[in-house]
Design a protein around this ligand. Sequence first.
Ligand SMILES: Cc1cc2nc3c(=O)[nH]c(=O)nc-3n(C[C@H](O)[C@H](O)[C@H](O)COP(=O)(O)OP(=O)(O)OC[C@H]3O[C@@H](n4cnc5c(N)ncnc54)[C@H](O)[C@@H]3O)c2cc1C
Length: 403
Amino acid sequence: MTQTSIAIMGGGPAGLMAAEFLSAAGHAVDVYDQMPTVGRKFLLAGKSGLNITHSEPFAQFAQRFGVSSGRLQSAIEAFGPDDVRAWADGLGTETFVGSSGRVFPTAMKASPLLRAWLKRLEAQGVQIHTRHRWLGFGPDGHRLQTPDGEISIAPDAALLAFGGASWPRLGSDGRWTEGLSDTGVAISPFKPGNCGFDVAWSETFRERFAGEPVKSVAVTSAAGHSQGEFVVSQHGVEGSLVYAHSAVLRDALITQGQADLVLDLAPGRNATRLARDFSRQDAKASFANRLRKGAGLEGVKAALLREVQPDANRLEPEDLASLIKALPIPLLRPRPIEEAISSAGGVEWGSVTEDYMLKSVPGLFVAGEMVDWEAPTGGYLLTACMATGLAAAKGIDRWLTGN
Ligand SMILES: Cc1cc2nc3c(=O)[nH]c(=O)nc-3n(C[C@H](O)[C@H](O)[C@H](O)COP(=O)(O)OP(=O)(O)OC[C@H]3O[C@@H](n4cnc5c(N)ncnc54)[C@H](O)[C@@H]3O)c2cc1C
């Protein structure tokens, strides 16, 4: 077979997975990345243990991508959670299922896996060019800014895998949209995904509780009901329980200008029991004692109740119970995209074929977080980035070989 040249722009998990498949299929593959090293966001994800995929039943897993679940289904069927684990294992990284069902490398970090991955790519002949920034198109093909000045390359096919727009200092800065501006590709504006929110905490509450975790509480939103923990921050609220609801809360803030984080401070007790316990209390007992004895609330949880409803101590038992079961914390705005775990927005599905090729630019493919889908934390992001990288790579192979 005549070797065809393929350029992969962006060396994150999506681009590297595509490079792995295409080089194994016998193509000459060059990876270009603007940073001095590849996989920086992958490595950062490793700092919190590298939640690489999730062990829940596949049907449930495949629905975690909201309105994009249908479009992502075939990619995830071809490279799902079990494949992610087998792939990591093949690179010498054993994984385990945590108590939440999330899957992590036993080593709880990303660096050994990335090192082994890059070694495999090198052995398969993949050339990695760092400090090469994709600028867009010129008369001679793709324009790249390099340490030695601008160059142009004209590969037989190319994949763009530039990531989203969160944590821009790791390389995925979202500026690639400029390079696609004259191509007819539809791009939705970026929005923070898996993000925290600003809350107008009182000075006293902020000083006393910023940094404090709020454990074993539940949140209900249009995204469903989930139990877990979050953190009170200087600015508002952060953490896994907030992230799980952040997409619907963000969209409510955008469309309705208003959204509350609705908290159940006592998930183990129902409202009837709480009201009954409060009504039996000594009327002279302090409010702090009533909350502690009647609902098990103290510290930051009791303070949250008073922060939201300063006269909560005057409420009737039923109303106090209802407030504890559904405490609305008014959110002001999402935290900036620079701080978010991921981003929504990017290349719209309508511009992408089933093979991940841009409809208006034949021979140019896209994959990973730069496509307009989002998912909660839980390993869904990395799985879908690698799955779409692989799907696009297969699309490139079909495009080049006609098979
Ligand atoms: C703090 C943090 C923790 C996370 N933890 C997890 C987790 O535990 N589990 C999980 O599933 N997900 C996690 N994620 C999300 C996950 O890391 C990303 O979804 C994933 O890395 C996206 O992969 P990608 O290949 O699409 O893009 P990226 O990994 O963002 O890679 C894109 C690459 O493209 C390069 N690039 C961008 N623009 C250009 C250009 N113009 N020219 C050349 N190169 C360019 C960048 O330098 C970068 O190397 C986490 C993210 C963050 C920020």
